[in-house]
Design a protein around this ligand. Structure first.
Ligand SMILES: Nc1ncnc2c1ncn2[C@@H]1O[C@H](COP(=O)(O)OP(=O)(O)OP(=O)(O)O)[C@@H](O)[C@H]1O
Ligand SMILES: [Mg+2]
Length: 430
């Protein structure tokens, strides 16, 4: 095999058109929200809802939710970008989304808000002006250290880099333990004021992947929201929390004190329509085409269509599957892959992946589960004629390996779902 770095060259592209990173806010990126975003036509009312939320002067809190891989992060990035560039009253936002981590307290939350917003200001102001600003240097001194607080459960907080180069801090390292939460809140107040003095009407904080925190059950998330309730009410700050479908109902609604400060409905994102998914992909072919060269579609439109059905419209899985296909093709192959061959390959890939984790009788049961997609202990047990205990044992292992995940509970029935990318093992559509 030739050791060239670009798998996509043979199709005429400078990079992977099916890359599933969220679209970037940076204009310099090949796939930026400016260039590559396809507006959600069918669900334009959802976009209006978020816009109206951001039109409330003074700040607010809202939840954006939807199934995994439907385009939530990208949707929020797109709107952040628009409010920063195209709005009359501009809202600034930190460069990246903030990922909420397990065990976060009010303090971790505050430190991350401060770190991310000051990283953004550092980019705007430049190193010199940034260093001159008293507040910003103070914040840098506080957050720009890898802080180790005294023992105990809440101790040991570590801040991670935020792209803005927080690691630079050498001087004036402050022990985070010496700074009170009250002081951190004061810093937040002052940095929001600073941003306003620079002509912005407020700040958007984008908190992503709430479901990661919710995995251990809703109480982890609820404790988090209870503890940060006051911070969330900072005037001028807009908090957009992104998570899996149902988070608002399961986490926020049962907490009256928290619910009362949230926008009353969550923004629910359904999957893009097939036409929109096609448009996303076609747009990327154009954006990534090698200048002045012909390009060809790595897979036919039929393949995209079929994957759209298999993955219930979740674009992340559609595009990941195509990347996987191309990675398994021989180097010399440079034509559009047809439907039948594509599906055979995807099934073979999924089978060999499954075979790494489950063998023998268990493997047969797993394949039946994959064919079902969604099942309960008894529905699977009934199908493969195994006892509840036996299925339970398998399920325990599969959950650990992330081969399945827990879906909702209906009465005494716990539903399970096969990890989405195994959906290619469902009975082939005829
Ligand atoms: N409206 C859109 N226009 C263009 N590309 C999109 C659009 N929506 C989603 N995408 C692309 O689809 C992929 C998945 O989107 P994204 O990461 O935003 O989904 P998500 O719902 O946040 O996923 P997860 O649940 O895994 O966090 C990304 O590569 C993104 O760029
Ligand atoms: Mg996301």
């Amino acid at each position: 095999m030739e050791l060239t770095q670009n798998l996509w060259e043979r199709y005429g592209f400078t990079d992977n058109p099916y890359d599933t990173k969220p679209l970037s806010l940076s204009k310099a990126a090949a796939l930026s929200v400016q260039a590559a975003y396809i507006p959600r036509g069918r669900t334009s009312s959802t976009a209006d809802l978020l816009t109206n939320f951001l039109r409330n002067p003074g700040g607010g809190r809202i939840v954006v939710e939807g199934e995994s891989g439907v385009g939530k992060t990208t949707f929020v990035n797109y709107h952040r970008q628009r409010w920063e560039m195209a709005a009359k009253q501009k809202l600034i936002s930190p460069p990246g989304e903030i990922s909420v981590r397990e065990g976060w307290s009010e303090r971790d939350f505050l430190l991350n808000l401060l770190a991310s917003l000051s990283a953004r200001l550092r980019l705007d102001l430049g190193e010199k002006a940034f260093a001159k600003d008293k507040l910003l240097s103070e914040i840098t001194a506080i957050v720009g250290v890898r802080a180790e607080e005294g023992g105990g459960l809440s101790g040991n907080l570590t801040l991670f880099g935020f792209g803005g180069g927080l690691g630079h801090t050498r001087s004036k390292a402050v022990k985070v333990g010496e700074v009170t939460n009250e002081h951190l809140r004061d810093c937040l107040r002052r940095i929001v004021a600073l941003v306003k003095s620079r002509g912005f009407a407020g700040v958007i904080f984008h908190l992503d992947n709430l479901e990661l925190l919710g995995r251990k059950g809703v109480t982890t998330l609820q404790t988090f929201f209870e503890s940060v309730r006051d911070v969330l009410q900072e005037p001028g700050a807009y908090f957009i929390f992104v998570g899996n479908a149902g988070i608002f109902q399961q986490v926020i609604v049962p907490l009256p004190r928290v619910r009362s400060i949230f926008f009353d409905t969550p923004v629910y994102l359904s999957p893009l329509s097939l036409a929109e998914v096609r448009a996303v992909i076609e747009k990327r072919y154009e954006l990534l085409a090698v200048p002045k060269k012909e390009w060809i579609r790595p897979v036919t439109e039929k393949v995209v269509e079929n994957l759209y059905d298999i993955f219930s419209g979740r674009i992340r899985y559609v595009m990941n599957a195509i990347t996987s296909l191309v990675s398994h093709l021989p180097d010399s192959y440079a034509q559009s892959l047809e439907l039948q061959q594509a599906m055979e390959m995807l099934r073979a890939i999924a089978l060999s992946e499954a075979a790494r984790f489950v063998q023998g009788a268990e493997r047969e049961v797993f394949l039946q589960a994959a064919a079902m997609g969604r099942f309960t202990n008894s529905s699977l047990g009934g199908r493969v004629k195994k006892s509840k205990q036996q299925i339970q044992k398998y399920l325990k292992g599969w959950l650990k390996l992330n081969l399945v995940s827990q879906a909702e509970r209906a009465g005494r029935n716990q539903f399970y779902e096969i990890e989405p990318h195994f959906a290619v093992l469902k009975k082939p559509a005829t």
